[in-house]
Every structure is written in C-alpha cells, then in structure tokens.
Design a protein around this ligand. Structure first.
Ligand code: TXA
Ligand code: MG
Length: 318
C-alpha cells in the first residue's frame, strides 16, 4: 500500500466512509482514525498498530450533545470539567451505552471519550456524522507521533493517507480521568495538569495505578512510549561522551558532548511540545544511549516524567 501525506480533506472523508484507517492531526499527538460505527474499520486500527484487541480506544466527538447517546451516565462534575477544558486534551472514562461497539471498549462496560481541539479533526467528525475512534498513530509500545513524518516513519505502507496538520500544539497525549467513589481520579497524566483540574475540583485528584484501578490502559503498561535506543533518566557518565546523547530541560554549560535542549527558557509547555520530536530525532541517529534529565514533578513535568519512566523501564533489568 502506498502512503500519501497531503491536505485533501474530502479524500480523507471518503476513505473513512469506505472503512479505511487514516492518520489525522490532533492538538495532542497524531491519531490513527476510523469510523467508530464501522467494526471492520476498527479492527484495522488494531492490526495496523499491532495493538492487543483488549486495549480499548478513545472515541472522539465534536460536542457533548453528540457524545451523550454513546454514554449511559455523564456525571455532573464531568460536565463542569468539560466546560472548562474542552475541546482540549482531557479524556473521560464513563459508563458506555449499547451504541458503542465492543471492539472499541475491549468488552469493558466503560468508554473513553474526548473532544479534540483541532479544526481539521472536528471538521471530519462533523462530516462523518458520528464519532471517530483513534489511538495515537504509532506502532504499539513505541513513541507517539507529533508530526506527519513521525507517522510516516512508523506506518508507511500500512495506511493509505496521513492528513498533514503540521506539528501538534501540545505534543503530549490527553489526560485520562475517571470517577471513583464520587471523586475524580487520574488514570494517565497528560496535557491538562493535576493543578488545573484541582482548581476546578477544589481537591487534588488521586492518580491510580493499573493495580489500583483494575482496568488496563496501555498508558498504564510499565513498558511503553519507548525509543529504540536505550533510554535512561539522569545525566550521562563522563566516559560516554560521544556515543551517548544528553537531553536536558534547559541550557546547561556543564554538559560535554552531544546535547539537546528542550526549552531555552525552561518552559515545561515548550518542552512538552518538543519532547517526542527530540526523542524521534535522537532515535534516528547512531547514539548508543540517550540520557534525559527528569523534569520537575509538577504541571506538565508529571506527564513527561511518567512517559520517560515507562520508556526507561524497557531498558532496566528490574
Ligand atoms: O491525546 C490522546 O489521547 C490521543 C489522541 C489521538 O486523541 N490518543 C491516545 O490514544 O493517546 P491511545 O489509545 O494511544 O491511548 C488511550 C488510552 C489507552 O491507554 C487505553 O487503554 C485507554 O486510553 N482507554 C481507552 N478506553 C478506556 C476505557 N474504557 N477504560 C480505561 N482506559 C481506556
Ligand atoms: Mg498511545
């Protein structure tokens, strides 16, 4: 299959209507999209990504009204959070209705829904007249794509079309939340920070691990979001100078040898936007190891540390 990168929105609509999967830009990362009401198209998502079919997909809607029929109960507090943060990088886990395909939820009684903040993606949902199911447009377990080239590198030959939308504005996946004992909990840190959620909720939402939540999300799998090159958190030992790359949040005169900086002004927002792109770039070169300085554990730093810990877990022996 030949994979084209282009701007042809009506072609993308036709491809989706015919049951194909297509890569699309969102404000977080590129998504691998299919018509959520077409089971054959959904099955293609899993095979293109090599993703286990038990791992559920997010449904993307243009408006809350459009989502309601797919949900059996949308808690009032989620309405309030949606009013503050949506469209945007926040995903809600809610009880599903019978309209949702079992293939989307992996047979679970809940469904993940999100309202993406990207004009092209929203236009497609409106044209399709229904939700779009989309995981990140990478191979299972690998780095998420934040531009069309990243998608092409992993999925060329597997999908017909990548809709060009430039670099993603946030560069990190959405924050995933649920409701447990009437309290909002975080299943995956992402573009909406714990601090931002707290100001609306009036309390700090707990983060639930896989064991605590009893549900499996790939964002909770210990080895995930990984580079091909072994990745370590921290600073490289001196003897590794030329073979190892150091990535830091901001400028650091003490680093000798190859060195990438994520944000000259120490901005976590800018670092998040650049993180995956820098990791993709580093991975393509001949470095034997990548060292990355952990981020301050606040704001977007939490989500970035989470991704790096999972990537590094692949290369540790523990
Ligand atoms: O920013 C994002 O969320 C991107 C863009 C494309 O929207 N999507 C994304 O999808 O990151 P994915 O599939 O790569 O990660 C979504 C996570 C997975 O870990 C999945 O297991 C979890 O959401 N998930 C989906 N439905 C769920 C459900 N019903 N219950 C618990 N977790 C769920
Ligand atoms: Mg993913």
């Amino acid at each position: 299959m030949i994979t084209t990168i282009g701007h042809d929105l009506s072609h993308v609509i036709a491809l989706l209507q015919e049951g194909n999967v297509v890569a699309l830009p969102t404000e977080t990362v590129y998504g691998l999209a299919a018509d959520a009401n077409n089971d054959e198209a959904i099955l293609k998502i899993f095979s293109v990504k090599n993703r286990p079919s038990t791992n559920p997909l997010i449904l993307h809607f243009a408006t809350l009204e459009q989502a309601y029929p797919y949900v059996s109960n949308f808690p009032v507090i989620f309405n309030e959070l949606a009013n503050h943060f949506c469209p945007g990088p926040l995903t809600f886990i809610v009880p599903r209705s019978s309209l949702v395909s079992d293939l989307v939820t992996g047979g679970q009684s809940s469904v993940a829904i999100r309202f993406p903040d990207h004009p092209l993606f929203v236009k497609l949902i409106e044209n399709l007249n229904g939700p779009i199911a989309a995981p990140s447009a990478n191979l299972y377990g690998q780095l998420s794509p934040t531009n069309s080239d990243h998608v092409y590198e992993q999925l060329a030959g597997r999908i017909p079309y990548i809709l060009e939308g430039g670099a993603c504005q946030h560069g990190l996946e959405s924050t995933i939340i649920g409701l447990v004992n009437k309290k909002v909990v975080i299943y995956r840190h992402g573009g909406i920070t714990t601090e931002a959620l707290s100001t609306v909720l009036g309390y700090v939402p707990q983060t639930l691990t896989q064991e605590q939540s009893g549900i499996l999300t790939s964002g909770m799998v210990r080895h995930h979001y990984a580079t091909q090159t072994p990745l370590f958190l921290g600073f490289k030992p001196q003897q590794e100078n030329q073979n190892a790359l150091q990535i830091t949040l901001t400028k650091n005169e003490q680093i000798i040898g190859p060195h990438y900086v994520l944000s000259d002004s120490s901005s976590l927002l800018e670092a998040a936007r650049n993180l995956y792109a820098v990791l993709h770039q580093a991975d393509k070169q001949t470095f034997k190891k990548i060292y990355i300085e952990p981020f301050p554990n606040e704001g977007l730093g939490k989500a970035m540390n989470d991704r790096l810990n999972r990537a590094a877990a692949k290369f540790s022996n523990h």
